[in-house]
Every structure is written in structure tokens, then in C-alpha cells.
Design a protein around this ligand. Sequence first.
Ligand SMILES: Cc1cc2nc3c(=O)[nH]c(=O)nc-3n(C[C@H](O)[C@H](O)[C@H](O)COP(=O)(O)O)c2cc1C
Length: 185
Amino acid sequence: MSKVLILYGTRYGTTKEISDEIEKVIQDKGMATESFNLKEVNQKNIPPLDQYNGIIIGTGIKMGMWTRTVKSFVQKRKAELKKKQASFGFYVCCGEAQKDINTAIEKYVNPKLEKIGIQSALIDAFGGAYDLREGSPISGMTRKIIIASLKEDPGIEDPEGKLHDYRDWEQIRDFANQFVEVLKK
Ligand SMILES: Cc1cc2nc3c(=O)[nH]c(=O)nc-3n(C[C@H](O)[C@H](O)[C@H](O)COP(=O)(O)O)c2cc1C
């Protein structure tokens, strides 16, 4: 049975939910999966990558950056990832993708993978979410900046106290299905 390793980095939980959906689609296709939140696992305990038929890594974007844990994993395991390039999928979850997916890929995926020196067989960028409901971890100055940027959207008058979710679940499931096809090649 094919086995897929699914890794993600998230600051506010949005990418975790995307990763869970991708995992579900892959399992529904009859493949086994192993999934890790890179912040919650000692990276040394992630098995050698040649044990897997495919690998997917996703990260949220903050101030233009991947999560620290995704960056360190990709850098440290570069040699192994290079050998698995044909079955390596990568995505970002970010505000930019809400406006233009290709721009998001050009900003947050291609130059960064290139700099590290690896390629991915399947790349995507998904819109993100901003949780401004009670108990939200987005506070202080950051919250003010997010609210100001949400207000630029003519459809939003008062962003406070709401969840603003721009994820396209069809696009996310499509990515997972395409990844399964990549593995079949
Ligand atoms: C403080 C902050 C900074 C952000 N910076 C960027 C950015 O530079 N570019 C971008 O496209 N999206 C940016 N976003 C949007 C996030 O990528 C989006 O909220 C995403 O859902 C976060 O993913 P996560 O919850 O998995 O960390 C930012 C969001 C926050 C709250």
C-alpha cells in the first residue's frame, strides 16, 4: 500500500485544517498516511523519507515567511527531499492567494524552494483565514493591521468578532487528488 507523509507548519491553525482535508482525500483514495505538525514533533523522529511513496509539506505565511519549523525541516532534509522531488508536493496558505494564486506561488514558493535547491512536482497556494472571534490569538497591533486590510474589501464593513475564511476547499481537494495522480505516474 502506498504511504504518504504529510507535514505542516501553522501559526493560527488554518494550515492544520487544510492538511487534515488533504489527508482525508488521500486516505479515501486507499493510501496510508502519516501526519505531523512540525512544531509538535522532534524533527529527528520523522522517519527517513525514502520510506514514503510521497511527501506533502504545507506552511502558513506570516510577514512573507514560512514557519520556522517548515524552513528548518526542508533545509535539513534537503538531500532526502531532492531524491523524492518527483513525488513531493508543496503548498502555502496565505492572504496573497485570495487575490492571485500565481502571484502567491511566485512570492512564497518558487524563489524559496529555488534558494534551498529543491523542486516540487506539485505546487499550490491556498487562501487563508483570519479569526477575529472571541479568544482569537490575533491581538494588538497585528489585529489592527488585519482589520484595516479587511476593511479594504468593499464587502466588509465591520470585520470585528468574525471568522474571515478565504479557503477554497474544492481547490484544496483538487490538489490532493492531483497529488494522488502524480504518485500513480
Ligand atoms: C500577522 C499576520 C501576518 C501575515 N502576513 C502575510 C503575508 O505577509 N503574506 C500573505 O500573503 N499573508 C499573510 N498573512 C495571512 C496568513 O497567511 C493567513 O492568515 C493564513 O491563514 C495563516 O495560516 P496559519 O493559520 O496556518 O498560520 C498574515 C496573517 C497574519 C495574522
